[in-house]
Design a protein around this ligand. Structure first.
Ligand SMILES: Cc1cc2nc3c(=O)[nH]c(=O)nc-3n(C[C@H](O)[C@H](O)[C@H](O)COP(=O)(O)OP(=O)(O)OC[C@H]3O[C@@H](n4cnc5c(N)ncnc54)[C@H](O)[C@@H]3O)c2cc1C
Length: 405
């Protein structure tokens, strides 16, 4: 008998952690996992932006570094450090702190700081998901560039169809690792009913209905990111700033400035907006955002320029006393480019863990929008822990699955 087939929609940290948690079951062929990701690669909000203009340039335009507060996630991160997928931020010169309104930088107290991780030198944050998937020896079937737009219950299985109308097959379990497909927000972004809501109406499973009802009030906080890269002297000037990631104190436009040294001659800079500023610019997407790439949403180039300019003005003001003219803020080697994260962080109420697995409908949810009790929703840690928890739950359920011959 062939192993039970599990389809996972989305290939971010949660989905890749699920694959990691199931690696023994995958190796013994007790289960077969199929991950469909609409982006070009795994990662989601932990992705790395590259460019054809300069193949050496990598910009972590989502999460730049993350904390591990629980022993379980800490142990996972340490195993990824050993595999050269991550590095610890302590002692590697990655300073964190606050850019005060006065324009001075105040480093955080290292003794009270959490253990944080970021990609090793020469790699981007996308190394995290690649590493969780198992690198080149991945046991999960990973299909990038495929947006799932239809899920149908068919004879106790789930049939998936892509945006291009391709039949992706039938599966015994459906795992949803992004709220999109199941949330009312789908109506405004893509039009029509959210695919899983439509499928649930046909299925009539009260437990699934209750989960979807619990998910519906979830809100999201947006972030607009401005990405730039500097070469030669400017690269060195930016890299000499006393921080890797700084919170911007009391600024209406910027919340964080992240400086990523890519190589000796290239430094990437990412400016993160405040949620309020991103909300005020909700109609400006940038060419790589989901709304632009998938839904075809277009934002006016002039508007995009104005948003980027406002972010650069705010950065100039805050960094004026720290950055010399050699930094050439207005003359980057690449950029500025804008990327809108419409749902950078989930906002309350998160989906209670008790509703995340629905055996009667063979549907499960994982992601940073699931509240696992550790209070780590909206973080890489929360996403990873939800994927690991779901791996255990699915292993328990697998005994009850009947794979087709
Ligand atoms: C700017 C920014 C800064 C951040 N800073 C931090 C930080 O400092 N510390 C921290 O811990 N966290 C931070 N985060 C949050 C962190 O990145 C997320 O919590 C985490 O990456 C979420 O992982 P996930 O797997 O739950 O979701 P996602 O990464 O969103 O993964 C879901 C995936 O599903 C895919 N998908 C969605 N719908 C479909 C579909 N229909 N078909 C196919 N694929 C689909 C998406 O493309 C995506 O890849 C930040 C995020 C952003 C954007």
């Amino acid at each position: 008998m062939s192993p039970p087939r599990v389809a996972v929609i989305g290939g971010g940290v949660a989905a890749c952690s699920l694959a990691h948690g199931l690696r023994d079951s995958l190796a013994s062929r007790a289960v077969s996992l199929h991950v469909f990701e609409m982006g070009r690669a795994s990662g989601g909000r932990a992705a790395t932006r590259g460019t054809r203009d300069d193949p050496g340039l990598r910009v972590d335009h989502g999460v730049p570094a993350f904390a591990a507060l629980t022993p379980e996630f800490g142990a996972l991160c340490e195993s990824l450090v050993a595999a050269d997928v991550l590095r610890r931020c302590d002692g590697d010169g990655s300073a964190f702190g606050v850019l005060r309104s006065s324009g001075t930088f105040e480093a955080e107290d290292a003794a009270g700081a959490p253990t944080r991780y970021r990609p090793p030198v020469g790699k981007g944050m996308n190394a995290l998901c690649d590493g969780l998937l198992g690198g080149e020896s991945t046991l999960a079937n990973f299909t990038p560039g495929t947006m799932v737009t239809k899920v149908e219950p068919v004879a106790a299985q789930w049939r998936l169809t892509s945006k291009g109308g391709v039949d992706l097959g039938t599966f015994d379990w459906l795992v949803v690792s992004s709220t999109g497909l199941a949330h009312p927000r789908w109506r405004t972004t893509f039009g029509g009913e959210p695919p899983l809501v439509e499928a649930a109406a046909a299925l009539g499973d009260t437990a699934l209905d209750a989960t979807l009802a619990a998910l519906a009030p979830l809100q999201s906080k947006p972030v607009t990111a401005a990405m730039l890269a500097y070469g030669s002297d400017a690269a060195a000037a930016w890299a000499s700033l006393p921080f890797f990631k700084a919170q911007v104190e009391a600024d209406p436009v910027l919340s964080r400035i992240v400086v990523q040294r890519v190589s000796q001659s290239l430094t990437a800079v990412v400016l993160h907006s405040t949620h309020e500023f991103a909300r005020s610019a909700a109609h400006v997407y940038g060419a790589t955002s989901t709304a632009a790439r998938i839904a075809g949403a277009k934002s006016d180039a002039g508007e995009e320029g104005r948003i980027l300019d406002a972010m650069l003005v705010a950065a100039e003001k805050r960094l004026g006393g720290l950055l010399g003219p050699a930094a050439a803020m207005r003359s980057p080697a690449w950029g500025p480019h804008l990327h809108r994260w419409g749902a950078a962080f989930p906002d309350a109420p998160l989906l209670p863990e008790g509703r995340a697995v629905v055996p009667s409908a063979r549907v499960a949810f994982c992601g940073d929008f699931v509240e696992g009790g550790e209070g780590r929703g909206g973080s890489v840690e929360g996403a990873a822990l939800s994927g690991l928890r779901l791996a255990k739950a699915l292993q328990r359920e697998i005994g009850g699955l009947c794979g087709a011959d």
